[in-house]
Design a binder for this molecule. Structure first.
Ligand code: TEU
Length: 567
C-alpha cells in the first residue's frame, strides 16, 4: 500500500470528559483532570484521543447540546486548559480528535435565540413550521395550541414527538433528539458556511480530526412529509441518509477538511455497507461508526434486547470487513458512551469477566480497521446497578422511564429497571474507576453519577499492578497490532460462519498470516482448523495458557481467545 494513513494504523481512545477524572473536587470530570492522565494514555499505548464534547453547553445531553462552539464548558475549564491538554497530548505523539455536533445545537445557542425571534438573517437556521389542524391529523401531540398538532408524525430518537411548539415564534421546530436540541436547517447555505467556518477555526488550533455526531441525519426529505406510522422510529426514512446527505458531506469535506491527514469519522446510525462505501468513498470521510453489529439482538426498539446470535454478529461484522476492504476503511468499536459496557453486552460480566474482556479486546484489535477503545474498556468495566429512577442522569433513559409510566406500559421504575440496566446509556457513563479509594479515585467530591460499586475489585491501580490483567493484555494487543502490518492491512476471511460458539478468521498479507480463534461462549468448544489455515503458525497472544502451535483442531476453554501468527 502506498497510501497509508496514520489513522489506519492508530488505536483511538475515547474520553467522556464528565466521567474521566475530576481535578477540582466538584464531582465532575474536567480538562485539567484529563491532562493529569495523559501519561496514563501514553502507558496504555494509544495513538489518538477522541474527546466527547467539551464546548459551552447547558448539558441537557452532556454536551451534545452546544451553546457556543468556540468556547469551553466552564465546569470543564477554559480555552487555556484545552490548549494545555492538546500540547501535552502532542508532546507524547497522541493526536486529538474533537467531537463535531452540527445536526443540532442547544436551544440556548445564539442562532436559535435569533431564529425564534424571527430575525431575518437567522429565520431559516432551523426547521420551523406551522402546526397542523388537529382534525386533519391521525396522531396527537400534547404541546402547542389546543386546535393544532405537530407539523408531521415524526418521532424523536429520545422518545415522544420530534416537534416542540415555541411560544415566542408561534411555530413548531424540529428536534430529532431532546427538545432542547433543535435541528439545524442544512438546506440553508448560511448554516453550512457557519459550520465550515467553525470547523476551520478548530483546525487552526491544531486538532487532528473530527468525530461527526449523527452526520447522516443532516438532510431531511424536502417538505418534511409524514413517515410510515408503523415504523419503529417514525420518520426515519425521511431523516436517516436523507436525499442530500452525500452532497452535504462532500461539500463539508471540500470546504473544511484540508487533507487526508485529518481523521474524519462520521457517526451514521441506520447506514448500511453501501451507504458507508459512499461516505468513505466519494464523500471523503476517513471512516464511519456503523450500528449494525451493536444492534444484533435488538427486537425493534433499543430497549428490548434479547440474547444475541453469534452467527448474526459474525455475519454482520464480516459483511462490513469485506464491504470496505478495497475501497474504504472500517472503524471498529464494541462500546462507547451510548452503548452498554462490552463485557455486559457481548461477553460475561460475572464469572468470565476478565476472560471475555480480553476476548473482545482481541476481536477489536485484530479485525481490519481502526480500533476505538472506550474509557474503562481496558480494565473490563461492567454495566452498573441503578436502583431507582433518581440515580439516572441520562435524558434518554429518564424520558424512557417517564414515558413508560405515563403511558401505563410500566407501573413503576421496577418494571423497566432491567431494560435500563441492560442498555441505558448511564452504564457507560459511570465514573472511570482509577483505584479502590472512595469514589473509585475519580473525585474528592460527590460524583455527578454514581460510581459502579464494583470499583474495589475493578480499577486501574489494581489492573496495572497485575501482569495478568485486562489492562496489560490491551497493552500487548496494541504492541502486536502496531508491530505488524498484517494486523492493520491484512485481508480478512471469516472461517466457519455457521459455528454458534467460535468466531474464527484469518488475516493475510503477502506471505504472512494470522489465525484468530475466539470461543464466544461459556462452554468449552472445539474448532476444526480448515485446510492449511493453521500451518506454520505460532501462538502470538491468548487469554489462557494455550499451545504454541495449532493442530488440526483447537480445543478452547470458555471465552478463550488465541491469535496465531506466522513467526
Ligand atoms: O448519538 C446518536 C444516536 O443515534 C444514538 O447512539 C443515540 O444516542 C441513542 O443511544 C439511541 O438510542 C449521538 C451521540 O453519540 C449521543 O451521545 C447524543 O445524545 C446524540 O447523538 C445527540 O447528539
Amino acid at each position: 500500500r502506498s497510501d497509508r494513513q496514520w489513522w489506519e494504523e492508530a488505536v483511538v481512545y475515547q474520553i467522556y470528559p464528565k466521567s474521566f477524572f475530576d481535578s477540582d473536587g466538584d464531582g465532575i470530570g474536567d480538562l485539567a483532570g484529563i491532562t493529569e492522565k495523559v501519561d496514563y494514555l501514553d502507558a496504555l499505548g494509544v495513538d489518538a484521543v477522541w474527546l466527547c464534547p467539551v464546548y459551552d453547553s447547558p448539558q441537557a445531553d452532556n454536551g451534545y447540546d452546544i451553546r457556543d462552539y468556540r468556547s469551553i464548558f466552564d465546569t470543564y475549564g477554559d480555552m487555556a486548559d484545552w490548549e494545555r491538554l492538546l500540547a501535552e497530548l502532542h508532546d507524547r505523539n497522541i493526536r486529538l480528535v474533537m467531537d463535531l455536533v452540527v445536526n443540532h445545537t442547544s436551544a440556548e445557542h445564539e442562532w436559535f435565540q435569533h431564529s425564534r425571534r424571527g430575525e431575518s438573517e437567522y429565520a431559516d437556521y432551523y426547521h420551523w413550521r406551522d402546526g397542523r389542524p388537529a382534525e386533519t391529523a391521525d396522531y396527537d401531540t400534547d404541546d402547542g395550541p389546543a386546535d393544532e398538532v405537530a407539523p408531521n408524525n415524526w418521532d424523536s430518537i429520545f422518545g415522544g414527538p420530534a416537534w416542540a411548539y415555541d411560544e415566542e415564534r408561534g411555530q413548531w421546530y424540529l428536534h430529532l433528539f431532546d427538545e432542547s436540541q433543535p435541528d439545524l436547517n442544512w438546506e440553508n447555505e448560511a448554516v453550512r458556511e457557519d459550520v465550515y467556518e467553525m470547523m476551520r477555526w478548530w483546525l487552526d488550533r491544531g486538532i487532528d480530526g473530527f468525530r461527526m455526531d449523527v452526520i447522516n441525519l443532516v438532510s431531511k426529505t424536502p417538505g418534511l412529509p409524514d413517515g410510515d406510522p408503523e415504523s419503529g422510529l417514525v420518520g426515519a426514512e425521511h431523516f436517516m441518509n436523507g436525499p442530500k446527505v452525500h452532497d452535504y458531506l462532500s461539500e463539508l469535506v471540500a470546504e473544511a477538511i484540508p487533507d487526508d491527514e485529518i481523521l474524519t469519522v462520521g457517526e451514521t446510525p441506520g447506514a448500511g455497507v453501501e451507504d458507508a462505501q459512499r461516505f468513505v468513498g466519494e464523500d471523503g470521510l476517513s471512516m464511519v461508526f456503523q450500528f449494525e453489529h451493536v444492534n444484533v439482538g435488538h427486537e425493534g426498539d433499543k430497549w428490548s434486547l434479547e440474547d444475541y446470535s453469534l452467527v448474526e454478529l459474525k455475519e454482520s461484522l464480516a459483511r462490513w470487513q469485506n464491504g470496505l476492504a478495497d475501497e474504504g476503511w472500517n472503524s471498529l468499536y464494541l462500546s462507547n458512551h451510548d452503548q452498554p459496557r462490552t463485557v455486559s453486552r457481548f461477553g460475561d460480566d460475572g464469572r468470565y469477566r476478565r476472560r471475555s474482556a480480553k476476548l473482545f479486546g482481541t476481536l477489536l484489535y485484530t479485525l481490519q480497521g481502526t480500533p476505538f477503545v472506550y474509557q474503562g474498556q481496558e480494565i473490563g468495566m461492567t454495566n452498573a446497578p441503578f436502583e431507582s429512577k433518581s440515580e439516572l442522569r441520562d435524558v434518554e433513559s429518564i424520558n424512557f422511564v417517564e414515558e413508560a409510566i405515563e403511558s401505563g406500559a410500566a407501573e413503576s421504575y421496577e418494571d423497566v429497571r432491567d431494560a435500563v440496566e441492560t442498555v441505558g446509556r448511564d452504564n457507560a457513563r459511570t465514573p472511570m474507576q482509577w483505584s479502590d479509594d472512595e469514589n473509585a479515585g475519580f473525585t474528592d467530591g460527590e460524583p455527578w453519577l454514581k460510581v459502579n460499586p464494583n470499583y474495589d475489585a475493578i480499577n486501574v491501580e489494581r489492573a496495572r499492578a497485575d501482569p495478568d490483567s485486562v489492562w496489560h493484555y490491551y497493552r500487548e494487543l496494541g504492541d502486536l497490532r502496531g508491530n505488524r502490518d498484517l494486523l492493520v492491512y491484512g485481508d480478512f476471511e471469516l472461517l466457519a460462519p455457521g459455528d454458534e460458539q467460535v468466531f474464527a478468521y484469518t488475516r493475510t498479507l503477502g506471505d504472512e498470516r494470522a489465525l484468530v480463534v475466539l470461543n464466544v461462549s461459556a462452554e468449552p468448544a472445539t474448532f476444526a482448523v480448515p485446510d492449511d489455515a493453521g500451518d506454520d503458525l505460532e501462538l502470538a497472544i491468548g487469554n489462557l495458557n494455550a499451545l504454541e502451535t495449532p493442530g488440526s483442531t483447537v480445543e478452547l476453554d470458555p471465552y478463550e481467545a488465541r491469535v496465531y501468527l506466522t513467526p
